[in-house]
Design a binder for this molecule. Structure first.
Ligand code: SF4
Length: 295
């Protein structure tokens, strides 16, 4: 093959420099998608890339329930409604008088068991020491939107902080959780939210706020878990964006997240466990290269 002439070389160099300068597309994910990918890249793929519907989650839980003629709400829908109710709760006004609160009329057509669940979540939050701290705060905001740039690439994380209050001990971020979790697994379960909570803290810092505390409150157990920052949190968030860009969307096998996954009856990884997840509960979902023909 003859050596390329000077013009060909110049053309090649120009193309290479053009390629290097081509900007990467923006990648925007929500804080809940971040958590989902961290939990299981394959589940992320089902929900966010293949746009499969989680049977327990709808954008409008009440309308979906009526449309489908379902009795009980799915777990994710119950969580959505619990967040809506808690976002409108007047902690200061109801402190010491939780019976003054009643379920909004729009939710009184729900199945009685779902109504009782929502009422119990509210009572638990109001009567907790966290509820007392929120009630005593100088300023309380719910559903605080944020947008956070991650790293040097056009990676953006967007989301909403459930509740942010400011009192004598500085800012406090509260994330309400309706997860079903055994008391003995609570601490370990809470640690899975580290990347998401790092993002909330980083977003507030970018606004020039003081370093906030971050608390998870598990409404089913009435347990408050304070989550301290960890050295690897930022790297974990960056790894999620790298993984999505590189299409690392598969996992190497069943893992603990499969137990409550809505896709477990279809997913080949869950099928490997043949209904016995005990042996897999402690395995982290290790991302493996995405293969389009995998399913
Ligand atoms: S069943 Fe397990 S491996 Fe499959 S998507 Fe769900 S969590 Fe992921």
């Amino acid at each position: 093959m003859p050596a390329p002439d000077a013009d060909t070389l110049a053309d090649l160099e120009q193309r290479l420099s053009w390629q290097a300068a081509t900007p990467k597309p923006r990648l925007v994910i929500s804080a809940s998608a971040l958590h989902l990918y961290h939990e299981c890249p394959r589940r992320f793929r089902y929900l966010w890339q293949l746009r499969l519907r989680d049977p327990g989650a709808s954008p409008d839980p009440l309308a979906a329930r009526e449309q489908e003629g379902a009795d009980r709400l799915g777990a994710a829908d119950l969580g959505t409604l619990a967040h809506q109710v808690l976002a409108g709760l007047d902690f200061a006004g109801l402190r010491g008088n939780p019976d003054a609160w009643s379920l909004p009329a729009s939710l009184q057509s729900l199945a009685l068991a779902d109504q009782r669940d929502l009422e119990r979540f509210v009572q638990t939050a109001l009567e907790s020491d966290l509820g007392a701290e929120i009630a005593a705060a100088e300023r309380v905001e719910s559903e605080v939107s944020f947008s956070l740039r991650i790293g040097d690439e056009p990676n953006w994380l967007e989301g909403r902080i459930d509740l942010l209050c400011r009192g004598k001990d500085g800012p406090l971020i509260v994330d309400w959780k309706t997860d079903r979790v055994a008391p003995e697994s609570l601490r370990e379960h809470a640690e899975r939210y580290h990347p998401q909570l790092w993002a909330y803290r980083a977003a507030l810092r970018e606004e020039g706020d003081a370093e906030p505390r971050t608390d998870l409150f598990f409404l089913r157990l009435g347990e408050r878990v304070q989550v301290e920052p960890q050295a690897g949190n930022e790297a974990d968030v960056a790894a999620v964006f790298r993984g999505i860009r590189a299409e690392l969307l598969d996992v190497t096998g069943p893992h603990r997240g499969c137990v409550e996954c809505p896709f477990k009856s279809h997913c080949r990884h869950a099928k490997q466990a043949e209904g016995n997840f005990d042996a897999y509960k402690m395995i982290e979902p290790t991302p493996a290269p995405y293969r389009p023909s995998g399913d």
